[in-house]
Ligand binder design. Structure first.
Ligand code: GAP
Length: 513
């Protein structure tokens, strides 16, 4: 656990030191759970969004994009269920005055039990070596069996309480497990209350409740209310999808873990409209398609897993998370939800306008069902950063380096051009010529501000897949040294070959194919 938290601290420090992420309004001591993306952060974020957009919209003839407004008519959030049901169970500690999510306190207790099980398994694995049978051990080891039973009992109680909105039962679980305030150790808790997560603001020209507006807590509703506009103008036939990338806002009670849980964040959502009754087929399809999207980035399959929801959101009849192994454990990265006709049906009812599709094959009209894929850009960013950051020794006694082994297509800068002598005019001219040529195709950097070793270290730390050095030999034969970030191999190549070599590795095509 100590090692994991060190890893996480390093990651947060690295993001700041190298211009990926800054705390919002840091000069005023920051605003909790709100972050700004710096020069390298915005590049990585844009590349993640580009990969998602291309794989959804560009590769699917039956998926189109929109960009809806953040503000929507307040009735939208009544119809979607967010006004009544988008709540988290909140509990205050009377002594420390700290506020927590009751379900999170219980989940953290479950994580501790899971940690104990893993510890037993690791100990046994070391003891039995190659002959270790984990499945057998899990069912026969007395201690592990007891921990597992404990875990399952808590999980079932929590799931039932959350599904039924049973707040006294949540308080009871906290008392039964003797959960103390993580900060103060006090067990002096208030009752559990519901807390609505939507931020609200006021329209300029209407006073009171009537003018109350919400900042959207999900981008999906902008898609639902535009269903007919898009379907009619693009003449799409069901099944088809609408994709959107945009900001969402949630007044999160627990706002820790850096950009994992933010109050202002970005989502990439796709609503896939289908015939009623076909939701199982499409749910399975999108589960597999989305997992493939993650694996194409080279992320190990041991770091990704499916996790079925124990308690469903108010709009879903089936839901699964794709979880990623973050430095603080496996947590939700993306959700795939079968939303039935919940949203379109409710918008139809509340607006009094028909929101239906005439199916030419079936010769009938119906409210389409929806399977949704929803991923947070910021969580994907955190997953990619934590997956990529490696501290390693450089062979040849050059010391240690921190290197971001991002997929080259996601890397903020694709190539750095480094003149070996900054005072030698001919070398500088040639290096600048290469830079001016490559910048037409890629995001490249020119840097002559330090020794070559230092410049390499800096490019490693921001994940640049290639460095080009220009030296005296370059002047004679038009060759340069091309250094590979991951293998550290250096090869001489002709300047005319550079663009092709770089393109082959950084082109998003390889991810989409
Ligand atoms: N439209 C469905 C929906 O919004 P969700 O599971 O609440 O579903 C989808 O959110 C994704 O949005 C999550 O898997 C996560 O990646 C991201 N997300 C949700 N809340 C977030 C937050 N507070 N900070 C950062 N990302 C968040």
């Amino acid at each position: 656990m100590a090692q994991q938290s060190d890893l996480f601290k390093n990651l947060v420090a690295h993001c700041k030191e190298y211009g990926f992420i800054f705390q919002s309004s840091e000069v005023y001591d920051g605003l909790s759970a709100v972050y700004d993306y710096g020069p390298y952060g915005v590049e990585l974020k844009n590349n993640i969004k580009d990969y998602w957009w291309r794989s959804m919209v560009q590769l699917h003839e039956n998926i189109v994009g929109i960009d809806a407004a953040i503000f929507m008519h307040p009735k939208t959030w009544k119809a979607s269920g967010h006004v009544d049901a988008f709540n988290d169970p909140l509990i205050d500690n009377k002594d420390s005055k700290k506020r927590y999510r009751a379900d999170t306190l219980i989940e953290e207790q479950m994580d501790k039990i899971e940690g104990k099980i893993e510890k037993e398994i690791e100990k046994a694995r070391k003891r039995f070596g190659e002959n270790f049978d984990e499945a057998m051990f899990r069912t026969t080891n007395q201690r592990v069996v007891e921990y597992t039973e404990q875990f399952n009992t808590i999980r079932n109680r929590l799931a039932t309480a959350m599904t039924n909105g049973d707040l006294p039962e949540l308080k009871q679980i906290i008392e039964d497990l003797e959960i103390a305030d993580p900060e103060s150790g006090s067990r002096n808790w208030t009752e559990v209350r519901q807390f609505n997560l939507m931020f609200s603001t006021q329209l300029g020209n209407i006073a009171g409740e009537e003018g109350k507006l919400y900042l959207r807590p999900e981008t999906a509703q902008g898609i639902f209310v535009n269903f007919l506009n898009v379907q009619k103008t693009t003449r799409q036939k069901i099944p088809f999808g609408i994709a959107q990338i945009g900001k969402a806002f949630r007044n999160e009670i627990v706002a820790r873990q850096f950009i994992f849980r933010m109050r202002e964040f970005e989502q990439m959502e796709m609503q896939f409209f289908i015939r009623p009754g076909e939701q199982k087929k499409w749910y399975e399809y999108w589960k597999q398609a989305r997992m493939k999207w993650h694996l194409a980035l080279g992320t190990s399959d041991t770091k990704l897993r499916f996790h079925d929801h124990d308690n469903l959101a108010h709009y879903a009849d089936a839901a699964v998370d794709i979880q990623f192994d973050f430095p603080f454990g496996f947590k939700e990265l993306e959700g795939i939800h079968s939303r039935t006709d919940f949203d379109l049906g409710n918008h139809q009812e509340l607006s009094g306008k028909k929101i239906q599709y005439f199916d030419p094959e079936l010769q009938e009209s119906y409210v389409p069902f929806v399977v949704e894929t929803s991923i947070g850009v910021d969580r994907m960013f955190l997953a990619m950063m934590s997956n990529a950051l490696v501290e390693e020794e450089v062979p040849g006694g050059e010391g240690a380096r921190a290197v971001l082994k991002l997929h080259p297509a996601l890397a903020p800068v694709k190539c750095a051009i480094l003149p070996l002598k900054r005072n030698e005019e001919r070398i500088v001219n040639m290096a600048q010529g290469i830079f001016n040529n490559l910048k037409l195709s890629f995001n490249v950097q020119y840097d002559d501000t330090g020794s070559i070793g230092k410049l390499y270290r800096r490019q490693d730390a921001i994940g640049t897949p290639f460095c080009v050095t220009v030296d005296f030999e370059s002047l004679d034969d038009q060759t340069v040294t091309l250094r590979d970030r991951d293998t550290l191999q250096q090869v001489r190549v002709h300047v005319d070959q550079l663009e092709g070599i770089i393109r082959e590795r950084v082109d998003m095509k390889q991810l989409l194919g």
